[in-house]
Ligand binder design. Structure first.
Ligand code: ADP
Length: 572
């Protein structure tokens, strides 16, 4: 490889890493931005939903207030005559009688009292007036609840401030004694004096049950709504009077917002809890889906990035192996040719005449041509598998018999290499459906490797056996062994383990790739067990035929053509 080419490869590699990093940063940044904006949107949706719910609670408070006020409006604009008739409360005008009658019918009012100015209902036994519904009249009474004293006391102080300061912004003063009574002070504007005080005792139960509860149910849904919960809480008595969802107990920690009934019900507060508002929970669902889709997209993107990077890396490795292989092969092809050329030249020149030397040259030429042939055959085999053109012609064989034959044919060669071969037969017939040539190539490659990669202990054990309906052939050596991490690589095309012995031995990293291709073509599989430094066992497993299969296969003489290059090996 030239220096320029090496530099270019280095640059490309750096560029690939930079692009991968940039890709990763982009994916992370995009994901971060997306997650952030999703969270942001969720916050906003939650906030605006909470605001919406709060507005609803304020509207409920407003509606309650106007519902309570509304029937009393007529009383706030009575005529001078009506006012005058109050000088003698027992003969009030018919207009006033009607107003009182209507107010008495109002479910939110329990009783109506009138206290003329000058009379103090807080003094025991003081005589004031009450509205008699039956006779539609104000009648005297001295038995009334203390609420009247409280209410009149309240409204009196504010009306007196107005009268004393000539400040008649309101002709009548309304004061609420918490949620218990409503009190109106009547001021005579021309004479600048207070005429008297009306006290309406409010019906708490009806206000809660007929007004507030239906309203909050209407606005926030009933027990089925687990989103927003509204409690009507009397804080002075610490009592929950109503709730849109009675299944949820009042819990002060859950309260997010408070809405009061200004000037009307001093002790009552609507306490609102946004447990899980509907819109928010709907958005939560979308949010979850978005995050899920985003997660998958990111995983997919990262996966693709890594895959692209990984395959580029693998392709680079393969091309480097191929480049190494080419250099090696060129050298390997040239060497035998050079030897044959030199030997041939010497013979043809007539320089070598003695029969002894002639024979030696002949052997040289023969050996080198055999080496050359083997190499060319291997190259052709690989080319055939890659093109999907490998031919096999399987027949029914007894694995034991085939192995026996192979061993007897090759024993002398093995012995020449100073190797001891131990053969452990199965002593039973093991019918398999395989291609004889493939079998020989497989076995010769494995035995060749066992010889090549053994240093001191020159021993090979070939054994045959049967396991679980499979015929098993194993070749064990006591050589250098293969490191665990390398085992997955040795079947790759052009792969050679970079160890000292491998460096010394001749090879192109094609033998095991061819072996695996052939075994797969013959419907078998190969396994490797190795202990680094102690030796390696290659085990080949072929399906053992049953009687029916033997019969079927024996009848047909099939030729199988690979129509696909063997992916695993082709991808290297
Ligand atoms: P080659 O022998 O031409 O290098 P192979 O494909 O036959 O190619 O083998 C690939 C690699 O596997 C070898 O380079 C060698 O490192 C390792 N290998 C194969 N067989 C053995 C063995 N029996 N013992 C140790 N290493 C082996």
């Amino acid at each position: 490889m030239t220096i320029r080419k090496a530099k270019k490869i280095g640059r490309n590699r750096l560029l690939r890493w930079i692009l991968l990093m940039l890709g990763l940063i982009a994916v992370i940044a995009l994901t971060g931005m997306n997650v952030f904006s999703l969270y942001d949107i969720r916050e906003r949706v939650t906030e605006s939903e909470e605001e919406r719910q709060l507005k609803k609670a304020e509207e409920v408070a407003f509606l309650v207030q106007s519902e309570i006020y509304q029937p009393f409006n007529k009383l706030l604009s009575i005529s001078k005559e009506d006012e005058k008739s109050l000088e003698d409360p027992e003969t009030i005008s018919s207009n006033l009688e009607n107003i009182f009658f209507t107010l008495y019918q109002n479910p939110f009012t329990n009783a109506i009292y009138y206290t003329p100015e000058g009379i103090d209902p807080c003094e025991g036994g003081a005589e004031i007036f009450t509205f008699d519904n039956q006779f539609k009249k104000l009648v005297t009474t001295n038995s009334y609840p203390t609420l009247v004293c409280d209410g009149v006391g309240l409204v009196r102080s504010s009306t007196r401030i107005q009268v004393n300061n000539f400040d008649f912004r309101w002709r009548s003063m309304i004061e609420f004694d918490a949620h218990r009574s409503m009190n109106i002070g009547l001021i005579n504007l021309t004479e600048n004096r207070v005429i008297g005080y009306f006290t309406f005792i409010l019906n708490e139960k009806n206000i809660v049950n007929e007004l507030i509860t239906p309203l909050i149910n209407d606005y926030f849904g009933g027990a089925d709504n687990n989103g927003t919960i509204v409690w009507l809480h009397d804080h002075r008595r610490d009592l929950v009077l109503a709730s849109n969802n009675p299944t949820k107990n009042f819990n002060i920690d859950l309260v997010n917002k408070r809405v009061r009934f200004p000037r009307v019900f001093g002790d009552w507060i609507l306490k609102v809890s946004f447990v899980n508002p509907q819109v928010t929970s709907a958005y939560q669902e979308t949010f979850r889906k978005n995050i899920l889709v985003l997660g998958f997209a990111v995983l997919f993107l990262l996966g693709s990035l890594f895959f692209m990077f990984y395959t580029a890396q693998k392709e680079r490795e393969l091309s480097m192996r191929q480049a190494g292989f080419l250099a090696n092969v060129t050298h390997e092809l040239k060497t035998p040719l050079a030897v044959m050329q030199a030997a041939g030249e010497n013979i043809s020149d007539g320089r070598v005449t003695e029969p002894e030397r002639l024979k030696k040259y002949g052997v040289h030429i023969y050996d080198e041509s055999v080496r050359l042939r083997k190499m060319i055959e291997k190259l052709l085999d690989v080319a055939k598998y890659d093109a999907g053109e490998a031919l096999i012609n399987p027949s029914v064989f007894d694995l034991e018999k085939l192995t026996n034959e192979f061993i007897s044919e090759n024993t002398s060669y093995i012995n020449e290499q100073k190797f001891e071969l131990e053969y452990q037969p199965a002593n039973t017939t093991l019918p398999v459906y395989i291609d004889r040539d493939s079998f020989e190539t497989i076995l010769s490659n494995l035995i060749e490797n066992a010889i090549k990669y053994s240093a001191d202990k020159k021993r090979i054990v070939v054994s045959i056996g049967e396991n679980n309906g499979h015929a098993i052939l194993s070749i064990r050596d006591y050589g250098v062994g293969i490191k665990n991490k390398e085992i997955k690589n040795i079947f790759k095309k052009f792969y050679r383990v970079e160890e000292s012995l491998t460096a010394k031995t001749k090879g192109h990293g094609l033998g095991l790739s061819i072996v695996k291709n052939l075994i797969v073509l013959n419907k078998g599989r190969i396994e490797v067990e190795s202990e680094y430094g102690s030796g390696t066992t290659f085990t080949i497993v072929f399906p053992k035929l049953n009687a029916q299969e033997i019969k079927n296969y024996s009848q047909k003489n099939s030729i199988i053509l690979t129509n696909q290059p063997h992916k695993e090996v082709a991808n290297g």
